[in-house]
Design a protein around this ligand. Structure first.
Ligand SMILES: Cc1cc2nc3c(=O)[nH]c(=O)nc-3n(C[C@H](O)[C@H](O)[C@H](O)COP(=O)(O)O)c2cc1C
Length: 379
């Protein structure tokens, strides 16, 4: 595409997201980078610099941030439950707002995808049912600044009363996000973590009102969505799902769980978001090599079901993103790995400048190297 055409393309038009007018439709998606200060998992100046560098995006979502100590599954990920963490996030939101960016916090609870060494008191992680996650790894600290991948520990099942307490923890985290200066929040309901563990029959064998029928398995999603909307306002929140339409047995187990009927499951889930009237739905597409694609019939059904903004991520190029917007399937397009390596990604896309390759070895944890030292393009 010619530079002139790209600058005039759908990606570079404004969009309205709740009360916010976004300057373009390019999104920085949630990207865990594991660089919070220790001890305490506290956001810091380095993180503020990283986010400020990426304010060319029309819309930004933070890396997953755990809503409570039990919600952590990887060493060094930031939390949003302590006063120090809220203060740390304030540095990030101030830096982003100084550049007139719009940033939401991604509220995260890993559920069973954790390890006793990451849990308060070394206890078992919590989950809808006591079923261990396989085909997925957690990341534990083995010494100061060093860590290793490990198998998740066997979780224990939450009691019904504890599930209800968790809904209040989501609401509290949303209050903390507002206190930290965020413009809104996104609920992380994707990738096999806690909310996804409630939704999938494979990981939810409960016999209370949170298990059994699809309606019941979606109850946790419904209740946290309502509780958080009550705090931040429905126009300042989004929800992220990762529906997987597996075509091979190898793909069927995704981040440790199986989705039996993704079309029906996620259309029902989207109806909940539509009923609540939330601002956006984020769909994380499978992003590995030869990953199964989202069927067009699903994209069309999602569009018919949901009247808010729809955000897509997963191996997008600018051309593919423009096609999805033009087809009417989506409104906002996120670029993950390209944004890690190119802080000035929107400028590079607009001007057809070359992209820096991403360094896979510095993705999780470490220093400014591979984090804030990727160069901007100088023509
Ligand atoms: C290093 C890394 C960390 C990620 N962390 C998160 C996360 O915290 N929360 C989340 O919902 N998705 C996370 N994702 C998924 C991305 O948001 C995005 O969906 C994915 O990278 C696909 O987009 P891409 O192909 O443009 O990279 C992560 C991806 C990467 C590469």
């Amino acid at each position: 595409m010619w530079v002139y055409e790209m600058k005039q393309s759908a990606l570079f038009t404004t969009a309205q997201l709740g009360p916010y007018t976004l300057k373009n439709r390019i999104v920085l998606p949630p990207l865990t980078r594991s660089r919070s200060s220790q001890p305490g998992n506290i956001p810091n100046d380095l993180m503020a610099t990283y986010y400020r560098q990426r304010t060319g995006a029309g819309f930004m979502v933070t890396e997953g941030t755990q809503i409570e100590p039990r919600g952590q599954g990887y060493a060094w990920t930031p939390g949003i439950h302590s006063a120090e963490q809220v203060e740390g996030w304030r540095k990030v939101t101030d830096a982003v707002h100084a550049e007139r960016g719009v940033i939401f916090a991604q509220l995260w609870h890993v559920g069973r995808v954790s390890h006793t060494s990451l849990q308060p008191g070394g206890e078992a992680p919590v989950a809808p049912s006591a079923i261990r996650a396989d085909s997925v790894k957690v990341f534990i600290e083995t010494g100061p600044g060093t860590g290793a991948l490990a198998e998740p520990s066997t979780p224990r099942a939450l009691t019904t009363a504890e599930v209800k307490e968790l809904i209040q923890l989501y609401a509290q985290a949303a209050r903390n996000a507002l206190e930290a200066g965020f413009d809104g929040v996104e609920l992380h309901c994707a990738n096999g973590y806690l909310v996804n563990q409630f939704i999938s029959a494979h990981t939810n064998r409960r016999d209370d009102e949170y298990g059994g029928s699809l309606h019941n398995r979606l109850r946790f999603l419904r209740e946290i969505t309502q509780a958080v909307a009550d705090v931040v306002g429905k126009e300042r929140m989004g929800v992220r799902f990762a529906p997987l339409f597996a075509t091979t047995d190898e793909d069927r187990v995704y981040l440790g769980l199986v989705e039996e009927d993704p079309h029906q499951t996620y259309i029902e889930a989207v109806k909940i978001l539509e009923d609540e009237g939330i601002a956006y739905l984020s769909l994380a597409e499978a992003d590995w090599e030869n990953a199964p694609e989202l069927p067009e019939a699903f994209r069309e059904d999602v569009r018919k079901t949901f009247s808010g903004k729809i955000l897509y991520a997963g191996k997008y190029t600018a051309e593919r993103g423009n096609r999805v917007i033009q087809a009417g399937w989506g409104d906002l397009i996120a670029f993950g790995r390209p944004f890690i390596a190119n802080p000035d990604l929107p400028d590079r896309i607009a001007n057809n400048w070359p992209l820096n390759p991403v360094d896979l070895t510095s993705m999780y944890g470490g220093t400014d190297k591979g984090y804030t030292d990727y160069p901007t393009y100088r023509p």
